[in-house]
Design a protein around this ligand. Structure first.
Ligand code: T3D
Length: 258
């Protein structure tokens, strides 16, 4: 691939955005390559956790603005319907945990791709910018959906309208980010987290993700019914039997993701 580094090791797939000289801004090639990687993650049983991160000092500066002014570049319709919307849907619908490792600045669509992931981790020096208003656009890539649900309407509205840069430590306080690690610990901590996630009962995590997706539109009665249905399914899994047996026999469980 031209603009993405893709690697699979011990159940962990890493999708590394790779245009470091442009802070990993998305052009069409990179957007389509990210989709290919997500499809591969869905297809390969042995991949049990996915990390999306950036190469170099940025996570992603969002849409490549040079591509927009290129007369041979994609149209706005293509950019949303063929680039970002499929990426967001593939992340939300992937039946495996997807972790955003925000290693540096995440702006525009770059920020919102990170924010739709199941767990968002950031380096202490990273930052988030809803950069759209600065160029006369509205937040896309699910930003108007996920951000108010993560941090509340007022903070989301203000960040989107001002385009202010939010340091990772503030993002953590607001609930936009699960954990922030200092530069010196970041690589080791993220590796530890990814190893843990790849060793979890993947099927149960996939159903947790499914239930969370539906909780965004269900009422609580429908959600109780969905939990009931999914729990019956989880109770039939190998990992459920393994988890309970390991607990009873005071040993560490060995989950297979089945
Ligand atoms: O059609 C549509 O647009 C619809 C889709 C919209 C989705 C979106 O994502 S819209 C939002 C697009 N993104 C932005 O507006 C952010 C633009 N970038 C910035 O504001 C700043 O670069 C940052 C605040 C993110 C980082 O600032 P800084 O000072 O750390 O870095 P820099 O010097 O500005 O950037 C470093 C290089 O990356 C530089 O290249 P050069 O001059 O060294 O050759 C810069 O031009 C390039 N770069 C950064 N962001 C983009 C970019 N090149 C193209 N597109 C970018 N978005």
């Amino acid at each position: 691939m031209e603009h993405v580094l893709f690697d699979v090791e011990e159940g962990v797939a890493t999708i590394k955005l790779n245009r470091p000289d442009k802070l990993n801004a998305f052009n069409r090639t990179m957007a389509l390559e990210v989709q290919q990687c997500l499809d591969r993650c869905a297809a390969v049983h042995d991949i049990r956790a996915v990390l999306i991160t950036g190469n170099g000092k940025g996570f992603s500066a969002g849409q490549d603005l040079a591509e927009i002014v290129d007369p041979n570049g994609p149209t706005m319709t293509q950019i949303l319907s063929e680039h970002y919307n499929p990426i967001i849907r593939k992340i939300r619908e992937l039946p495996k945990p997807v972790i955003a490792g925000v290693n540096g600045v995440a702006a525009g669509a770059g920020a919102n791709i990170a924010l739709c992931c199941d767990i968002v981790i950031a380096k202490q020096t990273a930052s988030f910018i809803q950069a759209f208003s600065k160029i006369g656009l509205i937040p896309d890539s699910g930003g108007t959906f996920f951000l108010p649900r993560l941090i509340g309407w007022q903070k989301a509205s203000a960040l989107m309208m001002t385009g202010d840069k939010l340091p990772a430590t503030d993002a953590e306080k607001l609930g936009m980010v699960y954990k922030v690690w200092p530069e010196e610990d970041y690589e080791a901590e993220i590796k530890k987290l990814m190893t843990t996630m790849a060793g979890m009962p993947t099927k149960a995590l996939a159903m947790t993700k499914h239930a969370l997706n539906y909780s965004l539109s269900n009422n609580y009665v429908t959600q109780l019914e969905l939990e009931d249905k999914l729990q019956q399914e989880a109770a039939l899994s190998y990992d459920y039997r393994e988890g309970v047996d390991a607990f009873i026999n005071k040993r560490t469980p060995e989950f297979k993701g089945e």
